[in-house]
Design a protein around this ligand. Structure first.
Ligand code: GDP
Ligand code: MG
Length: 294
């Protein structure tokens, strides 16, 4: 039998559940998830394997109306995905109000040749009667190949989605070895988990002003121990103060919850050295942006 494979892009406004879907299909956490929008800043790959099938999913930053250089670079990388994949999953939410990211998405879909599947996510939050008009409305704005209601959170509709995608794949190579389910390096995953904890513990706009770099990883496998040295970059001294917190409480809490999660992910004991550093206005400085990988 022929091997079937393809690249599949997941696009949509911030917070619709793109990263949750990626993790659900891959079967483990490869992308961070947050109740706050715009946590995914890079494109992240997750791989789904069967004996003679491989689907390579591309999670992307949410598309929204934007002005800052950081957000522009995030949106540009999401829109680039439209043309680089074999199938596009366009994800919207079964909510009441339309997100500001929807018009730019449909604008960029115009004339596109890539087969598009519309996913209505978070169906666990609405009744069946509310779903039909939502499907009809979004479905009429683009010639979608299929419309599939799902809940990335509960797993509802995911089998149907995988079946549908499998039927659209073409003969192709195995792009990634079978034991590899993401292209993220260990250090990137570590920095993402730290960022996730920043979003979890810090209030308001502060997480958006931060970037995380991992400076050193010492893998002491013989002692079942990993020593990580990482840094949080912020824009100003006052932000640094808030990241550290009174008596160092905040940075300790972020470090501790990141350490616990990483110990679960890697199955080793972790020693984490986490510090905060001021990098003046890094979200507006294109050189700093590229150094942080955006
Ligand atoms: P992204 O910005 O599109 O990557 O969205 P995330 O995957 O980070 O999810 C944003 C928020 O929506 C998180 O709090 C998720 O737990 C939540 N979420 C994702 N999928 C579902 C779903 O199917 N149902 C519900 N109720 N919540 C969801
Ligand atoms: Mg995301």
């Amino acid at each position: 039998m022929n091997f079937l494979s393809g690249y599949i892009g997941i696009i949509g406004p911030p917070n619709v559940g793109k990263s949750t879907l990626l993790n659900r299909i891959v079967g483990r956490k490869v992308a961070i998830v947050s109740p706050k929008p715009q946590t995914t800043r890079n494109r992240i790959i997750g791989v789904y394997n069967e004996a003679s099938v491989q689907m390579v999913f591309l999670d992307t930053p949410g598309i929204h109306a934007t002005r800052t250089p950081l957000h522009k670079s995030m949106v540009a990388s999401a829109i680039a995905a439209f043309h680089e994949v074999d199938i596009l999953l366009v994800m919207v939410e079964a909510g009441l109000r339309e997100h500001s990211g929807i018009p730019p998405i449909f604008k960029n879909l115009k004339g596109i040749k890539t087969p598009c599947v519309l996913l209505i996510n978070k169906v666990d939050k609405v009744s069946k009667e509310m779903l039909l008009p939502i499907i009809a409305d979004y479905g009429s704005r683009h010639p979608f190949s299929a419309v599939i209601p799902i809940s990335a959170l509960t797993g509802d509709g995911i089998d149907r989605l995988v079946d549908d995608l499998r039927s659209r794949l073409r003969p192709g190579p195995r792009f990634f070895p079978e034991d590899m389910d993401t292209d993220q390096s260990e250090s990137f995953l570590i920095s993402e988990v730290i960022r996730e904890k920043i979003y979890l513990h810090m209030r308001q706009e502060l997480p958006y002003a931060s970037a995380v770099t991992v400076d050193e990883i010492q893998d002491m496998a013989h002692r079942n121990l990993m020593a990580i040295s990482a840094r949080i970059h912020v824009e100003s001294a006052s932000q640094k103060g808030m990241f550290i917190g009174r008596g160092g409480k905040m940075i300790q809490m972020i470090g501790r919850s990141a350490r616990l999660e990483l110990e679960r992910l890697f199955g080793v004991q972790i020693y984490m050295d986490l510090s905060v550093r001021v990098e003046k206005n890094w979200t507006k400085d294109t050189r700093a942006l590229s150094r942080f990988g955006y």
